[in-house]
Design a protein. Sequence first.
Length: 314
Amino acid sequence: MSRGLVCSEDEVIITPGAKFAVYAALKSVLNPGDEVVLLSPYWVSFKSIPLMLSARVVEVRMKKPFGLDEEFLKGAINARTKVIVINTPHNPTGWVFTREELKVIRDLAVDHDLFVISDEVDWAYIYEGEHVSIASLPDMKERTIVIDSFSKVYSMTGWRVGFAAGPKGVIDDMLIIQQHTVSAPTTFAQWGCVKVLEMILKDRTYINSLIELCRSNRDYIVRELGSIEGIECPKPPGAFYIFPSAEGLGIHSDILMKELLDYSVAIAPGYLFGTEFKYHFRICYAMPKEEVVEGIERMKKYFSSRTKHGGTYN
């Protein structure tokens, strides 16, 4: 997938998974007391890693249900801000940041001399709109670390191979961190990734079929969950996550997670992605259609049972 970027070898690092790439990137650019701006909700590691590095985290809530809140973001920037972390397509909401939204982030980064870490591991999962890498915008290549992985698009999660592209100075520092911690990704896994890339360059049939499956799964979940009174289930334009809210039923996501396990359904509670999202829950739908249908039917039985018995949820 072309992102409109041309990188030399010394501007790229191969890592044992995308998560380590995020860690090494933040370790390379942060000092204790620096601030990292996160767009909330956010992938859980984006908060944990800066805190491990003695940095401060500033959460900027996105618009409901999706989108960048420009004024909130501007208000979060100060002299201590060092990094803005973005994730597009977005985990957990499935939002795809528009070119116009990325230009807002770009202007702030340039004006305040900030780094941007752009997690783009779900780049192929676009149903409406387009994937744009912020690194392709003017003056952003030299201040952006793009994170990617073979896990999501190529279905190679267990292989633990990720990569990052960014300014040579940052990549050099990331390499030092990697050499003295995890050494390197497993060699045979890297060779496996090379073969996958060679196959995909010749024929995108697999990726195209995967995207169409996930599009169908998304449409089904939104339709079925959206028909349940009290459940708010917006339709995401990308990724393979849906982030509904059960606030209309007063169900705290921690309770929802535990009780759905009795129905053999696993969801991620919303508060993990930001303290304001206690009624939200994340569903992953990167799986065969029959499993999605079965899971949603079990969820519908759960909600029906709770309603009939007048359950309290808080």
